[in-house]
Ligand binder design. Structure first.
Ligand SMILES: Cc1cc2nc3c(=O)[nH]c(=O)nc-3n(C[C@H](O)[C@H](O)[C@H](O)COP(=O)(O)OP(=O)(O)OC[C@H]3O[C@@H](n4cnc5c(N)ncnc54)[C@H](O)[C@@H]3O)c2cc1C
Length: 488
């Protein structure tokens, strides 16, 4: 366990009196031992700030009790699902209480309706398995699917590899139940497909990063499980050619279920970390991974189109011969994020979006950024929806490298906005993107968001310090810890 003295944000208040009242109300569900506080003090960003207590929620009503007391005493509350957020949105920067909802993990599939009703602690891979066992399909699939929860996915509006065809978490949420920051229980939507009954606060909660309330359960839309899938890996002469080919593929009216890009650095890191090769004959080349799905007839027809596209644009391509072979490719792709740590022990991990028409220009910019910064920058991501993970790697103890990493991220953010894109496509703002919110959103837009925040959370207890207050992430040292999804 990392020594506590390195981790406390010493400027914050202590909430001892309120925590004693909480213990009287919820007994052993309130944890204040060092180990529990440490485990809840950071997320996937490894930015570490100790809370005063962790509440291991066992039932919905616990949350009402916690919020009533938090409002009374003005205690910050940070909700925690799987703790995989990469932006620090789950780090309790102001101390207070962490509400661990991971035990609310029920999953019920309504087979005859094509819906799932899930507790927020349910892991994405468990929801997908339950749906598939019933002949249905839940497409959003963040690479963290074995660790992240549906509550966290809703709070961050998580995406994943299937976004190009199916969309993101928001597109599958029919209803949400939970608590307003004031402790009142509410439900937006129901076990039905549409509603037009007043303001839609369901959609406002999605992507609000735990700043507007606590979600406790969700009704999700499922789609029929695709009958057939076909996977192709294609290598390109260089990154700009690969990204130009993305536009060409979509221009052919083909909508792959997955269309993933890996630049040459990402390919090398992922292959070394997993000991597996994505395309053994084409080492050192950027790749696109393409999956098409549908009925057997649809897949067979589209397959010919995709092969013609590959012959025109790629230097080589290969089909996955079996579903196991395809799964191995996806497994290597899913490990990209953790694999980057061979290039440095700290990472500024961005998830910028650029419009399709700007992708080739973006590839040229990344090349130049790499050369001028003299830092390893590896980019991979969901090319089909223009969402790229740009990983700026550096060494946390090297002041010059840290400074260069800061400059790189500033240039990157300015560039994606200039290219008509946005600073985050699926991870959200959290702490890490706060310096750039106002680059992307106008003052009027930020004011409108803050008006909503103040109306719903008058005491400002929900996840304070996130989204709106500038936090210069490069000045804060992530802790050294190996998480289950790190590969080195
Ligand atoms: C290896 C790796 C790969 C990843 N790949 C992807 C990817 O492909 N696509 C993608 O979108 N993201 C990805 N992520 C980021 C991360 O997994 C997502 O942001 C995910 O949605 C976080 O879910 P979680 O359960 O871990 O939430 P946490 O990290 O616990 O929390 C995230 C935020 O949600 C809030 N929150 C959690 N539960 C609730 C709730 N019940 N009510 C209200 N607020 C809540 C928290 O307060 C916090 O602000 C990846 C992360 C890692 C480590």
């Amino acid at each position: 366990m990392a020594a506590r003295k390195h981790n406390i944000d010493r400027s914050r208040e202590s909430y001892d009196a309120a925590t004693s009242a909480l213990k009287r109300a919820l007994g052993s569900r309130v944890r204040t031992d060092e180990e529990s506080l440490f485990r809840a003090s950071f997320d996937g960003s490894k930015l570490c700030y100790f809370p005063d207590a962790v509440i291991a929620v066992r039932a919905e009503r616990d949350i009402g009790t916690v919020l009533a007391l938090a409002n009374k005493h003005g205690v910050p509350v940070t909700v925690r699902g799987g703790g995989t957020s990469l932006t620090g949105s789950g780090s309790p920067i102001r101390g207070g209480w962490v509400l661990d909802v991971s035990a609310l993990d029920s999953i019920v599939i309504y087979e005859r309706e094509g819906m799932a009703e899930v507790g927020v602690g349910a892991k994405i891979s468990a929801i997908q398995k339950a749906a598939e066992d019933a002949g249905w399909y839940y497409p959003p699939d963040p690479s963290s699917k074995d660790h992240s929860t549906i509550g966290g996915n809703i709070a961050c509006n998580a995406g994943g590899m299937h976004g190009a065809k199916y969309g993101v978490t928001r597109d599958f949420v029919l209803a949400l139940t939970g608590f307003l920051p004031t402790g009142e229980r509410v439900k937006w939507g129901g076990r039905f497909k549409k509603f037009a009954c007043g303001y839609n606060l369901r959609d406002l909660w999605i992507g609000s990063e735990g700043t507007l309330g606590v979600v406790t359960s969700a009704v999700l839309k499922l789609v029929p499980k695709p009958e057939a899938k076909w996977t192709l890996v294609a290598a390109f002469a260089e990154e700009a050619v690969a990204l130009g080919a993305v536009q060409a593929l979509i221009g052919r009216r083909l909508l792959p279920s997955i269309l993933e890009f890996l630049d040459r650095h990402s390919v090398q890191c992922a292959e070394r970390a997993t000991g597996r090769s994505l395309f053994p004959e084409q080492r050192g080349k950027p790749l696109l991974l393409v999956e098409i799905d549908g009925t057997a007839g649809e897949v067979a027809a589209k397959q010919q189109d995709v092969l013609a596209w590959a012959a025109e644009h790629a230097v080589a391509s290969a089909e996955a011969r079996t579903s196991e072979e395809a799964e191995k490719l996806w497994e290597v792709r899913r490990k990209c994020s953790g694999a980057m740590f061979e290039l440095g022990d700290a990472k500024l991990n961005e998830d910028v979006v650029v419009p399709l028409f700007s992708q080739v220009a973006f590839a040229g910019f990344l090349d130049e950024l790499q050369r001028s910064s003299r830092l390893p920058i590896a980019t991979f991501g969901h090319a089909g929806d223009g969402n790229f993970h740009v990983n700026i790697m550096y060494h946390r103890d090297d002041a010059a490298e840290s400074k260069r990493a800061e400059k790189v991220v500033q240039r990157l953010m300015r560039k994606v906005v200039a290219l008509g894109g946005t600073i985050t496509g699926e991870h959200g703002i959290g702490l890490a993107k706060t310096p750039f919110l106002r680059l992307d959103r106008s003052e009027a837009e930020v004011r409108a968001m803050l008006a909503i925040k103040h109306a719903l959370d008058p005491r400002g207890i929900m996840n304070p310090g996130k989204i709106f207050e500038v936090f210069e992430v490069w000045k804060h040292r992530p802790i050294k810890i190996r998480l289950p999804w790190d590969h080195r």
